[in-house]
Design a protein around this ligand. Structure first.
Ligand code: ZN
Length: 682
């Protein structure tokens, strides 16, 4: 097998290297989320990191990587004797494919063997393999929801728990979580975002000299991986040694109380939620101090840690742009600097002190760059990285003088036409909209669904991966007629695996309800938009109660915006809706095209969750592309058009749109009246 591309040979990406190194020094830095466009060597560098992690001692033969010094008491391969043989192995790097099954991630219990052979057989999954190593998820934002839930549980508890019927297994699963994502393909769920300690924005360097060096090294590596790795071996060895030294020094690094208070003040200043930000920042600052060969945390350590730990926690909802206002960071640091803003240096903060084992060179986790093509220090280049793209935009004050527009949810280009924000009325009960047919989505309260919940409607032979649940009466009935032939002597039934029967249950599933709302000027007068918002809010609350995921696409002016990426948070949707301004032209086709794109991405994430499209419009398109074509891309999706046309003269355009979408039409005014009134009891 070819050697991995050397970590030290990666050009640029200083923030990313630093974030990974801090995690190698201290697992409490909490993992790394790498955000950026494709083709930025994200995967290369993560794989390179694994080679830099110190090897781990594991109990020989234990499939769950127990530490011989402290074996997992509940280890399925245990219990291990205190003097059990052990081996030293490289830290594992386990890749979790976005489309993996639950069994692949968490492991699987062999129900067949449990019933037919009477043994508890557990096949470990990727979480077991990643224990005490790295779990790497490329395109983590496309991870299926059921895997996200498993991952969140394991990350929170450090334990993987698998249960089928009455058989259960648990084992330790602590790992360094590293994910990459391209934000253009959809955001992460907030709970998962919060699980990553540090986050880094990357993009390919725009500097021609650096780009040339990237290509040169890649060529050299591809032509002769062994030779290339050998040439970088001294740098790699030095880096590994520095990491090991920092790890050893970590427990002795002091975090003075004044510094801790500075950290909490900075976190408060950025209005982050919860205490996790403070904890991660403190751990990262300590790790950075150790990495720099210091035994006391300094202002610089806090600054570096905050810059990596806060950007993704500061954000209020998934639609805000990432990045951290570094001027605000410096102001906050100044205000909270022990000894006052302009006072003398912190006596505990001798920036220029040569600590024991302080390595040569600046804050450069990759070791010395042999090409010398990076004239600017890490501070300058990292500023460039986090300041690019949308990062700076979110730091602008809310609104732009045009009125109470939402902060950054309104990314649609503005028309010169006036816009206003209509109020939202009191929500009302709405008719139940269902997706036709029977789905296999997550449990909920909307459409018919077949799955692990609900009323048993029959049994079947298990599918490919074996039974997930067992219908015991049906299994026994299947086995009963063969007992004499199977030579049964004693009281126990002789079972074989082809006797196993799985229950088939039918209940209700939750769906993805995607609202596509026309917020153009043609939706007109304030009162009508209020009616529209009230109707959408009512539908939104209904969706929440039915355990749907909801998303909101808005079109107006020159384009369409995903105002709310699909989420289970009704609060986020309601907030977006309240702040939604109205005005401008009506690019209906763009609205439909954006909806089609949202559904495409969601299909990858959660293929079993069936969508329900709710288009709220008067059907009039005054700008943009071909509506017929856009509607074709939504063929096969169950759709409803809420017709917002009002007045004595009606064009019936919403009806025409519904025809193209194969949708049912519901008039806006009658939405609340369609609910059958509850008869009084008695
Ligand atoms: Zn073990």
């Amino acid at each position: 097998m070819n050697p991995a591309y050397p970590f030290s040979a990666v050009v640029g990406l200083d923030d990313l290297k630093l974030a990974l190194v801090l995690n190698a020094v201290s697992p409490r830095a909490g993992g790394v989320l790498v955000r950026g466009e494709k083709g930025t060597a994200k995967s290369t560098i993560v794989r390179a990191l694994a080679a830099q992690l110190p090897p781990v001692a594991v109990v020989a033969g234990c499939r769950f990587h127990c530490d011989p010094a402290a074996p997992d008491p509940g280890c399925p391969d245990g219990p291990h004797e205190p003097d059990a043989a052990w081996v030293r192995r490289p830290a594992s790097l386990v890749e979790l494919p976005v489309g993996a099954s639950e069994d692949r991630l968490a492991g699987s219990l062999d129900l067949e063997r449990a019933l037919t052979e009477g043994v508890k057989a557990f096949e470990p999954g990727l979480l077991a393999a990643a224990h005490r190593g790295v779990l790497y998820v490329d395109e983590v934002n496309l991870l299926h929801d059921h895997l996200v839930d498993l991952l969140l549980d394991a990350a929170a508890l450090g334990v993987c728990y698998v249960e089928r019927e009455t058989v259960s297994v648990r084992h330790a699963a602590r790992f360094l979580l590293v994910g990459t994502m391209n934000p253009e393909e959809g955001e992460l769920r907030p709970q998962l975002l919060d699980r990553f300690g540090l986050t880094v924005e990357v993009r390919a360097t725009r500097e021609p000299g650096e780009r040339a060096e990237v290509v040169r090294r890649r060529f050299a590596f591809d032509a002769d991986p062994e030779g290339f790795a050998a040439r970088w071996a001294p740098e790699e060895a030095a880096l590994a040694e520095r990491i090991a030294r920092a790890r050893a020094a970590l427990p002795a690094v002091r975090l003075p109380d004044a510094r801790l208070r500075q950290i909490t003040a900075v976190c408060a200043g950025f209005e982050v939620d919860g205490l996790r930000a403070d904890l991660v920042t403190a751990h990262a600052a300590v790790a950075h101090a150790a990495w720099q060969g210091r035994d006391v945390v300094t202002r610089e350590d806090v600054r570096v840690a905050a810059r990596l730990a806060l950007p993704h926690r500061r954000r209020r909802d998934p639609f805000d742009a990432p990045g951290l206002d570094e001027r605000l960071l410096d102001d906050l640091l100044d205000q909270t600097e022990p000894g006052g803003p302009d006072g003398p240096d912190d006596p505990e903060d001798p920036e220029d002190r040569e600590g024991p084992g302080r390595p040569e060179g600046p804050d450069d986790p990759g070791g010395a760059q042999s090409d010398g093509s990076r004239p600017d220090g890490p501070a300058a280049s990292s500023h460039e990285i986090s300041g690019e793209g949308g990062g700076a935009a979110s730091d602008a004050p809310p609104g732009d003088g045009t009125g109470p527009t939402p902060r950054s949810g309104d990314a649609a280009p503005r028309d010169s036409a006036p816009e206003e924000v209509a109020a939202v009325g009191t929500p009302f009960r709405v008719p139940v909209l269902r997706v036709a047919g029977v789905g296999e989505g997550a449990a909920g309260r909307r459409s018919s669904g077949r799955g692990r919940h609900g009323r048993a409607i029959g049994t079947r032979l298990p599918g490919g991966t074996g039974p997930r649940a067992i219908d015991l009466p049906a299994t026994l009935l299947a086995a009963a007629p063969h007992q004499v032939l199977r030579g049964r002597r004693g009281p126990g039934l002789v079972l074989r695996r082809d006797d196993l029967r799985e229950p088939v249950r039918e209940g209700r599933e939750g769906n993805l309800v995607l609202f596509v709302v026309d917020a153009s000027g043609s939706m007109g007068a304030r009162r009508r938009m209020t009616a529209v918002k009230t109707a959408v809010l009512s539908l939104l609350l209904d969706a929440y109660q039915r355990r749907d995921k909801v998303g909101l696409v808005v079109f107006r002016g020159r384009g369409a915006t995903v105002a709310l990426p699909p989420t289970s948070s009704v609060e986020a949707g309601a907030a977006r809706l309240r702040a939604l301004p109205t005005g401008g032209r009506t690019p209906l086709a763009e609205g439909l095209a954006t909806a089609a794109e949202v559904l495409r991405v969601e299909r990858m994430r959660d293929p079993d969750r069936r969508p329900l499209l709710v288009v709220v419009t008067d059907g009039r398109a005054t700008s943009g592309g071909d509506v017929t074509r856009a509607a074709t891309a939504l063929a096969g999706v169950t759709s409803v058009v809420v017709d917002c046309e009002s007045g004595p003269v009606r064009l019936g355009l919403a009806g025409a749109l519904a025809l193209r979408l194969g949708a049912r039409v519901l008039p806006l005014e009658s939405l609340g009246d369609l609910v059958p009134k509850r008869r009084k009891a008695g």
